[in-house]
Write a protein of this length. Sequence first.
Length: 89
Amino acid sequence: MRVDVTETINGVPVTEEQIAAWAAEADAGYNAQDLKRRGRGRPGRGAEPSQVVALRLTATELAELDARATREGKSRSEVIREALATSAA
């Protein structure tokens, strides 16, 4: 007995046709070099691995950070890194 479950990827329903196409692609085989070039995860920031640091901010501080990031067209992380670099100089 098959249960009718609608699976989605990024909110788009996965069809039986798409599953069949993926299966055919897998059956045909993959080029290992092509898979290695796809890149996984976030892009690196340098030669060494980056560390993730948790930071607690008040709602006001977070709103101010987001406003500045939006105003300057940057991410939160970019604004924080620039502030650290300026204060360390």
